[in-house]
Design a binder for this molecule. Structure first.
Ligand code: GUN
Length: 299
């Protein structure tokens, strides 16, 4: 049985560092870190996520603003809100929760956020800085940044000589994750739904990162013995054994069988999940330090 990577514990230590940095910045400069979270429509899962983000921002000592807009909001109205948040000096981070209702052009909205306030790390300027190895002045997408902290907690800062495989190639996760691993000197392969013999590719990984959105797709025979396994999937599946109509959360990795082979593995829930919010708070306090001309903390 491999080590279970405790994402809640790592996230709690990030949050502690964020709180310390937030209060020091306010004491020294009078600047209170500000985060604006924007949600459009009434997708219940999105509301749950956004409420946790706003609540955590308050706990960190931020000025936490939430804009809840109806599903009928027009592109122009949402763009106008982003414009006013871009101009507002009390706001250091802007997060527009995705997905947006289908009639809205999400990419146009995300790209209209000022890169310095793009705490989701989704603006092309921030993606470009990561791709060119500038980790010092940009903002990195929260879930890959959090997953990378978990990898570092097991394998250290320098991944020289290690093979990493990322399954999934989204802009939100797979691509930035691969860039972070590469930056730490891993030899990185990106695999996806069109990859031939995924199991064999995965089995070459010293660090295996799964972000495919398919419940328990990664089986024991995909895992190299001794690997670090990072499971980014959050899938709700039926759990009739818990009673009629009950469900449970599982990752993209068949946890019980994979944990026998992995040296270290993230559980679902309690692995990568808690890291996403923690890194959003980290990005926001970094953005506030930069706006105040102060050296930001590192995570
Ligand atoms: N929806 C699911 N994950 C995310 C995320 O990391 N950022 C935003 N903005 N929306 C999301």
């Amino acid at each position: 049985m491999g080590k279970v990577i405790d994402g809640k514990q790592v996230a709690a230590s990030v949050i502690d560092a964020v709180k310390t940095a937030t209060s020091a910045l306010e004491k020294e400069t009078g600047v209170k870190t500000g985060l604006a979270v924007v949600i459009v429509g009434d997708d219940p899962a999105s509301h749950t996520y956004v409420n946790s983000k706003s609540k955590m921002a308050k706990e960190c000592g931020f000025n936490s603003i939430q804009h809840t807009l109806p599903a009928e909001t027009t592109q122009g109205e949402l763009a106008g809100l982003v414009r006013s948040l871009n101009e507002d000096p009390s706001i250091h981070g802007i997060l527009v929760q995705l997905p947006l209702p289908k009639d809205l052009d999400a990419d146009a909205i995300i790209q209209s956020i000022r890169p310095e306030k793009d705490v989701d790390g989704l603006h092309v300027v921030n993606a470009g800085k990561l791709a060119t190895g500038d980790l010092a002045t940009g903002l990195i997408s929260c879930t890959p940044a959090g997953a990378m902290l978990l990898v570092r907690s097991i394998n250290g800062e320098d991944l020289s000589g290690l093979n990493a495989v990322v399954i999934g190639r989204s802009n939100l996760f797979g691509k930035p994750m691969a860039q972070l691993l590469l930056h730490a000197n891993a030899t990185v392969a990106m695999a996806h739904s069109r990859t031939k013999d995924l199991a064999t590719v995965a089995r070459g990984a010293d660090i295996l990162v799964a972000a495919v959105g398919r419940p328990e797709m990664v089986k024991a025979d995909w895992i190299k013995p001794g690997a670090t396994v990072i499971d980014v999937g959050i899938n709700r599946i039926a759990a009739p054994e818990r009673g009629e109509g009950k469900s449970r959360l599982v990752g993209d990795v068949a946890y019980a069988e994979a944990s026998d082979l992995a040296a270290a593995i993230t559980p679902v829930p309690g692995g990568v999940g808690p890291m996403t919010i923690a890194m959003l708070m980290a990005n926001t306090v970094v953005a506030a330090h930069r706006a105040a001309g102060r050296q930001p903390p590192t995570f």
